[in-house]
Design a protein around this ligand. Structure first.
Ligand code: DGY
Length: 322
């Protein structure tokens, strides 16, 4: 008998077919009021679970007594209660590395959009406001040659640093739990305290995973330390920053602008203050969302699931940090 698995997000049909070669799969394109009862029923027998974003905590695990592996189709795993999974001897995996370059591209998209005011000026043209030679009120600021500060220097941070150094001739600072001598050597990145990085950077990018230690890492005090000309980018998780504090920092001109791929509540509400701010660039949590990269992530998530349920070694198991 094949092991039973649940796939709870829409999946590439070829990859889903491949999973079916090894597992008896119950699949859901999404979890909503219609699909939740069947999903809960399937949990009773499930040995594997694959998808992204679902909160996997004690309450859910109580409904899934046979579970052996939980495979996130994302690099982030703040949706998983790792301690509880470990206590129950359940493996957990994510999809690191394969998305590094794509997310770094998106981060630079946000940086350039904010620095050169691309969405705002695009709107101005469409609304018929380009009626004479464009003047200084539409000027942006340079990216090349400026200082970029990266908070959270993992694989994505390194891909951002490489672009910054070799593509834009930027000085790159970083702050991380541990120093990364390999990136210091490769991209001449300079390690600094969080406060020094915030004070010195023209562009601040936060890429740190969301953990109890990084929740609201950037708040009122931190925005206050940044240059008034700073542009702040968040492509990690919404809750690594205090969104209310960011709104105030933008409204009072404490910083120049922001580029955001993630928000404390997703999707954001239709009356969210960011929607009226020209200096805020937004993406709907899609930093890794290219066809090529989403395929690679799904493939890796599937490989983890198949290996985990057939006695192999899942290629990207999550090791819980103390
Ligand atoms: C990730 O992989 O963690 C991306 O943010 C998508 O959730």
């Amino acid at each position: 008998m094949k092991p039973k698995a649940i796939v709870y997000r829409k999946m590439d049909p070829g990859i889903l077919e491949d999973i079916r070669n090894y597992c008896d799969v119950t699949s859901f394109d999404k979890l909503d009021d219609d699909s939740l009862p069947a999903f809960r029923a399937a949990l009773a027998d499930a040995e594997g679970l694959l998808g992204s974003g679902l909160r996997v905590d004690r309450e859910l695990l109580e409904m899934a007594p046979r579970l052996r592996i939980v495979c996130n189709n994302s690099v982030g795993y703040d949706n998983l209660d790792l301690q509880e999974l470990e206590r129950r001897g359940i493996m957990a995996s994510n999809t690191p590395e394969v998305l590094n370059e794509t997310v770094a591209d998106a981060v630079f998209g946000l940086i350039l959009a904010a620095a050169r005011r691309i969405p705002e000026l695009d709107r101005a043209i469409r609304e018929g406001r380009w009626t004479e030679h464009a003047g200084s009120s539409w000027f942006g600021v340079d990216v090349h040659g400026k200082t970029l500060g990266i908070i959270g220097m993992g694989g994505i941070g390194a891909s951002i640093a490489r672009r910054a150094k070799f593509g834009f001739g930027m000085k790159v600072m970083y702050h991380n739990r541990s120093r990364k001598p390999e990136y210091e050597a490769a991209y001449e990145t300079i390690y600094g305290s969080l406060d020094d990085l915030l004070r010195e950077s023209d562009y601040v990018v936060i890429m740190t995973p969301l953990t109890p230690q990084t929740r609201h890492l950037i708040g009122e005090r931190e925005f206050g330390l940044m240059k008034r000309s700073a542009i702040f980018i968040n492509a990690s998780r919404g809750a690594t920053i205090d969104e209310e504090a960011l709104i105030r920092a933008l409204q009072t001109g404490l910083i120049r602008g922001a580029g955001l791929d993630v928000f404390e509540q997703e999707p954001i509400q239709p009356d969210h203050p960011f929607l009226t701010m020209d200096q805020v660039m937004m993406l709907p949590h899609m930093g890794s969302a290219t066809r090529e990269t989403r395929y690679k992530m799904a493939r890796l998530a599937a490989d983890n699931l198949i290996a985990g349920l057939t006695g192999g070694h899942p290629p990207s198991l999550i090791r819980r940090k103390p």
